[in-house]
Design a protein around this ligand. Sequence first.
Ligand code: PXG
Length: 467
Amino acid sequence: MNILDNHRATDELQALDAAHHLHPFTDTAQINANGARVITHASGVHLTDSNGEKLLDGMAGLWCVNIGYGRKELANAAARQMSQLPYYNTFFQTTHPPVIELSSTLARLAPADLNRVFYAGSGSEANDTNIRFARHYWASLGKPDKSIIIARKNGYHGSTLGAASLGGMSAMHAQGGLPIPDVEHIAQPYWYAEGRDNSPEEFGIACARELEFAIARLGEKNVAAFIAEPVQGAGGVIIPPSTYWPEIQRICDAHEILLIVDEVICGFGRTGNWFGSETFGIRPDIITIAKGMSSGYLPIGGSIIREEIAEVFSQKGGEFVHGYTYSGHPVACAVAIENLRIMEEEDVIATVADVSAPYLEERWLSLADHPLVGEARIVGMMGALELAPEKSSRKPFASDEGDVGLICREHSFSNGLIMRHVGDKMVMSPPLVITKSEIDELVELAHMSLDQTYADLKQRGMLKVSQ
Ligand code: PXG
C-alpha cells in the first residue's frame, strides 16, 4: 500500500471528523454541514487533498512552512533525535545537546544582542511567557507597579488567555471574559482603513504617538512593556507607514519600558531578512518566535531576550516560576536546527530578498489594476489585497464585512489556490521557496478568483459602497 493513500474514503473521514473533532477558529455547525476538506499530503508549495486535487498553498500552512513541504532532511532529523533522546525536560538543572545547539544558533541569527532563549511550544505560550517575564523583570528591579502591557487593536498574539488579551481582536475578547487585567490597546497603523485624509506618513506618526499618550495617561511607573508585530499578519497584512516604527522606537527609548516585538510571522525570512525587526529598523528587548523556526514541521516557540535584560533578570529575579513540559523539546529543537541549517545552506533569505520577493511584488502589485482591488500591498513574501466596491475612495462594501472576502476565498479554493480572507482583505504568504513560475501560477489564480468574485458581486448587486 502506498503510505500516502493509507486513509479511509473522504466521506467517511468527513463524518468522523464531524463526529469527534472540534476545529479551531471554526463555526462547527457550518463545517459539519459542508464537510471539511481533508488534506492528505504535500510537497514543495503544493498540497493534495483526499480526492487527489492539488492546491497551491499561498499561505504556507498558517504562515509557517517557510522551506516548503516534504523536506526529508527534517523528517530524518526528527527520526534521529527520537531514537537518541525523544524527550527530556530542561527543568531542574538539566539540559540536552539539541536545545543548546538551537539556542546558540538563534543567538547568532537574531538581531544584535538578543542572546538568551526561553522556549515554549507555540507563539501563544511564548507571549504568555513574555507577560510574566516583563512583569517579573520590573518587580525584581523593585518596580512591581510596572505591570501594564500596551498592545494594539487588531494585533494578533495568540489564543491563550494572556496572548489573546495582548491581541486586539474584539471577537476574541468577547468570548471568555478577556482581556486579563493591565493590558491596554492603542490604535493600529492601518492607513488604508483608518488614515482618513492624513498622508500615510502623518498617520504613521499619529498612531505611534498614541503610545506616548498612553504612557503619559497610565503613568510610566505603571507600564511594563509595549508589544507589537512588525507587520500585523492575522490582522490583514497591515504594513505600517515608514514613519511608524522609528517613532515607536524613539518613544520606547525615551521611556523606561520594554519593547516586545512579536516575530512569530515576520521572523525567519518572511519580510526578506531573518527578522522583521531588521526590515523595519527596530531594536527589540524581547522577540517572540515560533512558526518559521521549524517551518511548522514540529511545534516550537520561544522568546529571545536581550543580553542585558536577561542578565539583570538572572541576577535579581531568583527562580522564574514558569515553564512548560515541552520547553526546549529535543525533537522539536532538532527539527528547528535542521530547518535553519537548510535555510542558511541554501541561502533562502538572500534568494527571497534578491529574487523571489521582488518578483512576487511586481506580480502582486499588478493586481491593483483589477476593478475589485482598492489597494495591493506587500512586504517580502507577505501581501494583501483590499477588495473594494469603488477603486479609489477606500470606502468599504455596504454588505457585512467579510461577506465579499469569503466569496473570493471560496473561488480561490475552487481554483486550487489557498488564500485567506481577513474581512474583505485577501492575504497571502506562500512558502519562501516558491519559484518564479509558481508565483506566476499564484497570481494568475488570484486574478481569476478576483474576476469570478467581481462577476458574482455584479450579479448579486453587491458592488455597493457603505454609506
Ligand atoms: N503571534 C503572532 C504574530 C501570530 O501570528 C501567534 C503569535 C500565536 O502563535 P501560535 O503558535 O500559538 O498559534 C501568531 C499565530 C491566521 C492565523 O489565520 C494566524 C496565527 C495563528 C492561527 C491563524 O491568520 N498566528
